[in-house]
Design a protein. Structure first.
Length: 264
């Protein structure tokens, strides 16, 4: 980890306040990718979006995609297309997005698994500090399933995806970037969001049927393990704030960051 950390120094960490309009937060990842592609160091971005369904380019080619998109746009689940693979995922205010952006010009010898570890290990450390143990693994029945889910007690609390874009190492053009991103389900109605994913895919002509209990929020997982007690010394701050603070501390420690930039 230390060698990888050094390869992409100097690092930057941006923690963005407020909620992005659906689609704009995804677009911002691409803008920042173009920025780091010039050879600047690695960037980690924390952000949230108002509710939306974020689909892959493959799913955008489903036979009834246009009709499904129009229907869900109208009912308050705007549909956004992303570059990375997997399946449809829900974004909503209780989900924290973690985006890792790296210049491909510095990626000699770097593999997909290395990038996932750079993204996921600080998140695992941050959740551990809050009392939640997670590991890697697939979860049968979960949407956008993959080996680098973060899993607690057999349920998925975070999903990941990755995209390598543009020129690779050795290219004469100083272009290209790697985007590895995570949706960490902190709190909120994840069951309702999973139902929306299923309905959308079925309406679009794809395959839904994801299990409602295959995913879990950090909030529910913590409550399962530590039921609230009256009169305790529990941290009274909102859970999202606690998660963000813990994650910023883990990122600053693990990546050797000098500090955090907070954007309005």
């Amino acid at each position: 980890m230390s060698a990888l950390r050094a390869a992409f120094s100097p690092w930057r960490l941006t923690d963005e306040e407020g909620l992005w309009i659906p689609g704009e937060g995804v677009k911002r990842d691409a803008e920042l990718g173009a920025e780091v592609s010039g050879g600047r160091g690695g960037l980690v971005r924390l952000w949230r979006s108002d509710r939306s369904l974020v689909v892959t380019r493959r799913e955008a080619r489903l036979p009834r995609f246009v009709e499904a998109k129009e229907a869900f746009d109208a009912e308050g689940w705007p549909v956004v297309v992303r570059d990375s693979g997997g399946t449809t995922v829900p974004h909503f205010p209780g989900a924290l997005q973690v985006s890792l952006l790296l210049p491909r010009s510095r990626s000699e010898g770097l593999g997909v698994e290395n990038v996932y570890h750079l993204l996921c290990e600080p998140v695992k450390s941050a959740l551990h500090a809050l009392g939640l143990e997670t590991g890697y693994g697939e979860v049968a029945g979960s949407f956008c399933d993959g080996r680098f889910n973060l899993v607690h007690a057999g349920r998925k609390v975070a999903g990941t995806a990755q995209r390598w874009k543009g020129a690779g190492p050795g290219s004469h053009r100083n272009e290209g970037y790697i985007l590895s991103h995570m949706v960490l389900f902190v709190e909120g109605d994840l069951v309702g969001a999973t139902k929306a994913v299923n309905r959308f895919l079925e309406l679009a002509g794809g395959r839904g049927g994801f299990e409602l209990d295959a995913q879990e929020t950090v909030d529910r997982a913590l409550r399962r393990g530590h039921p609230p007690q009256a009169g305790g010394d529990a941290d009274a701050r909102p859970l999202m704030d606690r998660v963000r603070l813990s994650l910023r501390a883990a990122l600053e420690r693990d990546l050797g960051l000098p500090g955090t930039t907070t954007d309005g």
